[in-house]
Write a protein that binds this ligand. Structure first.
Ligand code: S3P
Length: 437
């Protein structure tokens, strides 16, 4: 738990209205800065995520000699990157710090495994308790020398870079971070790498790699990658708005009795739009406008209005398409009529917090009726939430979900450790206020 405590107080409002431009997508921002750092040439990334997670990735890359500068303002940052393909990365003089970011540790862990130097990467207490064997195992099968604490289970990771060879690897869980890690290691390995996924997960790595000149073939849930023959081609891009950040306002708009909210320039990559499918299935009045594609990623504006929601069943292949949105879906389910069952989501237990435990514990304080399952929850909706004192467990997604729960609850909700929003959406509290004024 964080040593300091920023408290936010949320009260119901009579009208929720307005338009928001979302912060840049966190997953795409990580990949855009990592891949351009390894490329040949200069790249400009507009609307780079302002969240702390992506800045952890930037500071690790800078510690390895990559020239990255940012142009103000900080709330809509633009990065200028000078790719290190020519001179290579340099050995970091100190331990690398991935902060709270699983994506930083897992994607950079793969890159570090094929560098001609020694490195150590660590993170905050949450990241140091998240599973790393799932990363170490495939990288070792490619010849990597990578070690973790607790018999190779946890960070810090110690990595002695080596020449790797391609593998054929079946992911035990649908994880875009591990898929991406294996593909990134495969870029610099000898021979082809093939990854089989149990279910499709976000494909931003594949989209970006292809647009930077990598030969990649997808066949069903399998991806085959040919190692680099020439350096990656630097690519400038504008990062789409983060649908995982937009999700809070989509749910807020649907739940509030007097609302119309538009989120603009929102990424709608089909591997991420489970939240839209579920809101529509629950009966939300939601419209997608102005669809377009930029650098291989689809985006649109999304409008939502006050709706009457009903419970749904959520399981199977939709889970990886909404895994980060389950906390806010749980809030929607508390207000919706009837029962919502979420299953097949055991991965929630190993996110920034154990989200099955933390989401249920905090929503119960607001009067929700939730049964815990080992791989999900059953939420009995239709009961009004009542304001109370809650805690974010230093988990950004819990902080924003509790804010929306507080907005539709009766009375006042006090949110402890509200600074957690800095991880993905530093302007969240200001944006929420804009809609309520
Ligand atoms: C991410 C993948 C997902 C997601 C995380 C971001 C990514 O994690 O929960 O917030 O950028 O690849 P897993 O790969 O562990 O499922």
């Amino acid at each position: 738990m964080a040593k300091w405590n920023i408290i936010k107080i949320i009260k119901p409002c009579s009208r929720l209205e307005g338009e928001l431009v979302l912060p840049g997508d966190k997953s795409i921002s990580h990949r855009a800065v990592i891949l351009n750092s390894l490329a040949s040439g200069e790249a400009r990334i507009v609307n780079f995520s302002p969240g702390k997670d992506c800045w952890s990735t930037v500071s690790c890359l800078k510690a390895m000699g990559v020239k990255i500068s940012k142009k103000p303002p900080r709330d809509c940052p633009m990065l200028l990157i000078s790719g290190a393909a020519q001179n290579g990365l340099k050995e970091p003089a100190n331990v690398l710090n991935a902060g709270n970011s699983g994506t930083t540790m897992r994607l950079l862990g793969a890159i570090l495994s094929c560098q001609p130097f020694l490195s150590i990467i660590t993170g905050d207490s949450s990241l140091r308790s998240r599973p790393m064997r799932r990363l170490i195992k495939p990288l070792r099968s490619m010849g990597a020398e990578i070690y973790g604490r607790g018999r190779n289970s946890f960070a810090p990771l110690v990595i002695k870079g080596k020449e790797l060879h391609g593998v054929e690897f079946s992911l035990p869980v649908p994880s875009a971070q591990i898929k991406s890690a294996v593909l990134l290691a495969g870029l610099f390995a000898q021979g082809r790498t093939i990854v089989h996924q149990p279910l499709p997960s976000r494909d931003h790595t594949e989209i970006l790699l292809e647009s930077m000149g990598v030969e990649l073939a997808a066949n069903g849930n399998s991806i085959s990658l040919t190692p680099l023959l020439r350096p990656l081609r630097a690519i400038s891009l504008r990062v789409p708005g983060d649908i995982s950040s937009g999700a809070y306002f989509l749910v807020a708009g649907a739940l509030h009795s007097n609302a119309r909210v538009k989120v603009k320039n929102c990424g709608i990559n089909p591997t991420r739009t489970g939240i839209i499918d579920i809101l529509l299935a629950m009966g939300a009045k939601l419209k997608i406008e102005n669809e377009r594609v930029e650098t291989g990623e689809p985006l649109a504006d999304i409008v939502v209005e006050s709706s009457r929601l009903s419970g749904v069943e959520i399981n199977g292949s939709i889970i990886p398409r909404l895994i980060d949105e389950i906390p806010i879906i749980a809030v929607a389910a508390c207000v919706a009529k009837g029962r919502t069952v979420i299953k097949g989501a055991a991965e929630l237990r190993v996110k920034e917090s154990d989200r099955i435990a933390t989401v249920s514990r905090e929503l119960l304080r607001l009067g929700a009726r939730i049964e815990l399952l080992s791989d999900g929850m059953v939420i009995h909706g239709g009961k009004s939430l009542v304001g109370a004192e809650v805690d974010t467990h230093s988990d950004h997604r819990l902080a924003m979900s509790l804010a929306i729960a507080g907005l539709v609850a009766k009375g006042k909700t006090i949110i402890n450790h509200a600074q957690a929003v800095q991880i993905s959406y530093p302007a969240f509290w200001q944006d929420l206020q804009k809609l309520t004024n």
